[in-house]
Design a protein. Structure first.
Length: 89
C-alpha cells in the first residue's frame, strides 16, 4: 500500500486492511509511510481474533516501509518477526 501521505488516516487504513476478506493467513502486506509519522505498530489486531504481525520496518530516506504477515504460520523461514524494528525512528 502506498497511499497519499497527507490524505490518509493510517489507523483507518490499517484497520481496513487487517479486516479485509482479501487477506488470509500468510498474506504479506507492505505499507509505505513517511518518517514523520513515527512508527507503525508491531502487531495489528483483527476483528476475527487474528493479527497482522510486523516482520520488517525499514527506513529509506524520508520513507519507511513496514512489512506485515497476516496470522503467520511459520512456513516462511525468512519472515521472523523483529519487534525491535517497530520503535520510533
Amino acid at each position: 500500500l502506498c497511499p497519499p501521505y497527507e490524505e490518509i488516516v493510517y489507523a483507518d487504513l490499517l484497520e481496513a486492511v487487517a479486516n479485509s476478506v482479501l487477506v488470509t493467513d500468510d498474506t504479506i502486506i507492505l505499507v509505505e509511510y513517511p518518517v514523520e509519522l513515527g512508527c507503525m505498530p508491531h502487531v495489528i489486531a483483527r476483528e476475527d481474533g487474528g493479527a497482522l504481525v510486523g516482520v520488517r520496518n525499514r527506513k529509506y530516506g524520508r520513507t519507511v516501509i513496514a512489512m506485515y504477515i497476516v496470522n503467520p504460520s511459520g512456513n516462511m523461514e525468512a519472515a521472523n518477526s523483529r519487534p525491535e524494528e517497530f520503535v520510533s525512528i
